[in-house]
Every structure is written in C-alpha cells, then in structure tokens.
Design a protein around this ligand. Structure first.
Ligand code: FE2
Length: 397
C-alpha cells in the first residue's frame, strides 16, 4: 500500500517534469581563440578601445557556461549568433569543442550564425604589436564546423528547425546577410517565410518559438537601424498568424524585451559582456511560456572575475563618455554617472521609475548640458517606458 503510494507520487512528480520543456539561451559569445592573440598588447588595447567585450577571458567564460549548463540541465542550449569575436575560423573550431563537451554532458546545442561569423573579410589574429589576416569561414565551412549543432539547411541561408522536445520546436531563422562579405544588417526574405510555413505544417500542435540573431522588434529607439532585421514585418505577421508568442534574439548586446501585437521579442544580453547573461525559457505543461534572464554565478568563475569584468566594461564606457565632455569642470562626475547608467541599462536592470537616477546630482548636471551629443542618447533611453526587461510570462493563447 505504502509502496503503491510512493510510486504514485513519483509518477506524478515525473509527469510534471516530463511535461515541461526548458531551454537555455545564450547569444553574442564573441569567442576568440587564445592562439589568435596570446600576449598581444595590441589586442588588449583594441579591446580596451572597443564596446566592453571581455574577450580576453573567453575561455573562463566558456568554462563557466559549461558549468551553468550542467547546473541548469536544460533540454537544449540555443545560441543565437555572434559566436566568434569577428569570424575567425580558429575561434569557431575552438568554440565547437566547448559545444561538444556540453552535448557530451547530455544537452543538445543548436546554433545560428550572427553578423560576425561568416565571410568576415576583416578576421584578424594578433601577435605582439602586430595584427595579421586570419582565415574566415564560408557558409559551408561554418556548417561543417558546427555540423553536430545544426540541422542541414531547410530554408533561406542556414535556417533549420531545432526540435527541442515533443512539445516545443524552435525554427532557427538565419537572417544574417553574408553573401559577398558579412554585413551588420539582417534580412527576412520571402524564402524564410515559405520555409516557416512548411515548419508550421510539420509541427502540428507543438509550440513554436522563433529565433534569430537580429531583432524582430525595435528594442529601443537607438537600436532600430541595422539591429531590427529588414523585412521584420513579415516575420511578425507570421508569428501572429501562427500564435507564436515568443521570439528570441540578440545583436544589441543589451538585455531588453519588446512586445508588439501579442508577440514578445526577448533580446538576451551579450554573454561576452558583464553581467554575462543567459536566459532560461520554460514551456510549462499548461502551455505558458516563461522567459527569465539570468547571470553566471560567482562560483562558476575564478575569484574576483565578475568584479574585474564589471570594472573593465565600466572604465571603457567612462572613457568614451568623457570624450564628449572635454572642458566641462564636472566631467568626471558626469562620466561616472553615465557609465554606471550604461552598465545598468545593458544589464537590463535600469528602471526609469527608480527615483535614485534622477535624484543624483550628476543627473542635473547632464540636464544642464542638454546640447551635449551624448545626452541625445542618454536623455532618450532614460525616458523609456518602465518595463521588466528580465522576465516575461506568456500564458497559453
Ligand atoms: Fe554581437
């Protein structure tokens, strides 16, 4: 009797677990093989002048991602593009080694290329104070390197369907444009639409979540041109027509969520930049979809890593902003404030309804320099409507 009860309870628990699909999502890894820059001061200076990527710690980050995948134990890891720093073949090959380890631990990996992955003619390696051209990859070479982490192309470019579980499929929309050389923009073509229609027919009653590198919706006013894929209206219409509630993207490097006409585009923050985000998407057995952004835990990283990573990116923001404030006596305070804001904004934790930002003395200083070109950006994004950029629950339709 007692044994029967325990068995029934176990079955009930197992039933719940089996009815749920959990995916980890990561984007903009921008992995750089250490063999391409070992001990190069030039490379570090180029990074320091860049946009805040912590690429010099690519391997520590990938080790931490492997640990996070083991801890989360999802049904799949979805990677929405910008796998490599800037298209280097050696970076792709080394990164595929990490994905092989994740698959060996029992978690299928599904990848998409971004705008920094295929036919990047500016792929470079660094040695000391010199840089040199290094091999990029063609679409065929990309497919060969990641053959275990993609399906053969079904539609336009390298688009294919990630059959994550019996309940959930993810059409991986390759809208990157790399014919004749990588471009930063993406394009959704009629061929993508035709392919997606055929996926829908095969998927039957399964839940679909679409994914691409470029954004489906404008996440913010400053991230419209080259961030939202051209032809996005057709993908939005497809999603609406077929009850697709959630789209996954990256590319803007900020953690941000937008919604239009019942479709949510969740742009996961770049993994290569503090706070090193990933996301967990859960399809519950009642049909609800939950998107939740997460960060790497400190115990998955070397001691002090997150503090150093944050300081690295904050200093890059501060120096860039200070360049807009030449000759202003309060330059340091204003640059410190705006750098702190940028970190919070890209981490997806800035809330316009948090009074602390406007009570800060540096806010009044910025407002008194309303003609400053950096304020054109800062003033605009600070006024964005309040919204949760970390988590959304999308009930069954
Ligand atoms: Fe990127």
């Amino acid at each position: 009797m007692r044994r029967g009860l325990i068995a029934a309870l176990l079955l009930a628990l197992l039933g719940t677990a089996l009815g749920e699909t959990r995916m980890m999502v990561v984007t903009d890894i921008h992995y750089m093989a250490p063999s391409l820059y070992a001990d190069s001061g030039l490379f570090l200076r180029a990074l320091r002048a860049g946009d805040g990527k912590y690429t010099q710690q690519s391997d520590a980050l990938m080790e931490a991602l492997c640990a996070a995948v083991r801890a989360e134990s999802p049904d799949a890891l979805i990677v929405t593009g910008d796998l490599s720093f800037n298209g280097e073949r050696a970076s792709h090959e080394a990164l595929a080694g990490y994905f092989a380890r994740i698959e060996a631990a029992g978690v299928p990996v599904w990848v998409l290329p971004g705008n920094h992955d295929i036919n990047v003619t500016a792929a470079r390696g660094f040695r000391g104070e010199e840089w040199y051209a290094t091999d990029p990859v063609t679409p065929a070479q990309f497919s060969a390197i990641y053959a275990d982490f993609m399906r053969p192309a079904e539609g336009a470019n390298l688009s294919y369907t990630a059959e994550v579980s019996d309940a959930l499929w993810v059409p991986m929309v390759d809208a990157a444009f790399y014919e004749g050389g990588a471009q930063s923009f993406g394009v959704f073509l009629s061929a993508h639409r035709e392919w997606l229609e055929s996926v829908t027919a095969r998927a039957g009653a399964r839940t679909l979540v679409t994914a691409s590198h470029h954004n489906l919706l404008a996440q913010t006013e400053f991230a419209r041109d080259t961030f939202v894929m051209l032809g996005s209206d057709a993908l939005l219409q497809f999603d609406r027509d077929h009850g697709v509630r959630l789209h996954l993207s990256g590319h803007i490097h900020a953690q941000h969520i937008a919604e239009a006409g019942g479709v949510t585009d969740a742009a996961t923050g770049a993994f290569c930049t503090w706070p090193h985000r990933y996301a967990l998407v859960t399809l519950s057995d009642d049909g609800a979809l939950t998107y939740a952004a997460r960060v790497l835990e400190g115990d998955q990283l070397p001691e002090g890593f997150l503090e150093e990573s944050r300081a690295w990116t904050e200093a890059i923001h501060r120096d860039k902003i200070a360049a807009y404030l030449e000759g202003i006596p309060e330059r340091d305070d204003m640059a410190d404030y705006a750098a702190r804001f940028n970190l919070a904004y890209f981490a997806g934790t800035y809330r316009p309804d948090d009074p602390a930002w406007r009570e800060d003395a540096a806010y009044a200083l910025w407002r008194s320099h309303a003609d400053n070109p950096f304020w054109q950006y800062l003033g605009m994004v600070m006024e964005e409507p309040a919204g949760d950029n970390l988590r959304r629950v999308l009930p069954a339709g």
